[in-house]
Design a protein around this ligand. Structure first.
Ligand SMILES: C[S@@+](CC[C@H](N)C(=O)[O-])C[C@H]1O[C@@H](n2cnc3c(N)ncnc32)[C@H](O)[C@@H]1O
Length: 295
């Protein structure tokens, strides 16, 4: 059974054996989190190598400082990975890792408001100082905008009905807790399967307020610019909306008018094996794609 607040890094062996092309090279872990992948990467690099960890969440500082104290090859930047190009010169990196979504520590902390399994404020920000909270967004957006986000980002079939009730309820008093939002969703769509009825809505709102799709597009384009020829990009995504964007980009399709050439590493994408899924059920929907930049 997984301990609450502990984050198990996903598909570590596959990442390590396919991302590292040059043991003396320069690498970026764009989603440092609690440093699971970072520690594994550092173990597999030589003393001349360097690794920069990035995370948008200031709570990552604590874990990052522990690594900095022990390992002078590592440094940390508290920023959005969409800003990657601000921090590195062109074609200077040997490998970039992006492990999308949120960590178990973020999810398991009720105060962060990410989880429909816990009672807490409706926050959902990865960094509480860079965007509006879910509460602000939900109480100010139009019914049409809420419907669009729940439909496009959550693929929520009941998006219109849920948005309607949200707007009706917020006229009574602002919706500011996870339990109030859950109550609204459950009233609109009774539970039919093992999956919690609020899964899609929570994901959609989190993706919207943190601009997750825009961040993904920006980091992919940045990776195209910053990787050396022969450098590798590894992306772990957790649902089809994200994976589709990653797959198309790595196939050389244009993204926001920019395209790059990549060669696929491995015969297809990587998935966690049965043992990993049993040990860490949250890994079950993970898809890892790794490609090498080619001239
Ligand atoms: C799935 S966790 C990564 C866990 C990490 N690989 C580990 O082993 O501990 C995703 C992390 O990425 C961060 N993150 C998500 N989107 C981000 C963005 N746009 N910019 C920077 N960090 C982001 C989250 O704050 C979270 O800590």
């Amino acid at each position: 059974m997984r301990e609450p607040g502990i984050h198990e890094a996903v598909m570590v062996d596959q990442v390590i054996s396919n991302l590292i092309v040059n043991k003396k090279g320069s690498y970026v872990d764009c989603t440092f989190g609690l440093g699971g992948h970072t520690s594994a990467i550092l173990k597999n690099l030589d003393s001349e190598a360097e690794l920069v960890g990035i995370d948008r969440d200031p709570e990552s500082f604590e874990a990052a400082n522990e690594v900095i104290k022990k390992d002078n090859r590592f440094s940390f930047i508290n920023d959005k990975f969409g800003n990657l190009e601000d921090h590195f010169p062109g074609e200077s990196l040997d490998g970039i890792l992006v492990d999308l979504g949120i960590s178990s520590r973020q999810l398991d902390n009720p105060e962060r408001g990410f989880s429909f399994q816990a009672q807490g404020p409706l926050d959902m920000r990865m960094n509480q100082s860079d965007v509006d909270s879910a509460e602000t967004w939900l109480n100010k957006s139009s019914k049409e905008e809420i419907t669009r986000v729940l439909w496009e980002k959550g693929e929520e079939r009941n998006s219109r009905k849920i948005a309607e009730i949200i707007c009706r309820e917020r006229d009574v008093s602002p919706i500011n807790t996870t339990q109030r939002l859950i109550k609204i969703i459950v009233a609109c769509k009774p539970r039919k399967s093992k999956r919690h009825p609020a899964t899609n809505v929570f994901r959609a709102i989190r993706m919207e307020i943190n601009s997750e799709m825009e961040e993904l597009q920006n980091v992919l384009i940045a990776a195209g610019c910053l990787l050396k020829n022969g450098g590798r990009l590894a992306v772990i995504s957790f649902h089809s909306l994200e994976d589709r964007i990653v797959k198309r980009f790595l196939q050389g399709k244009s993204l926001d008018g920019k395209k790059f050439s990549f060669r696929k590493v491995g015969s297809k994408h990587f998935k966690p094996n049965k043992e990993e899924i049993i040990k860490n059920p949250r890994s079950r929907s993970a898809i890892l794609r790794i490609s090498e930049k080619v001239a």
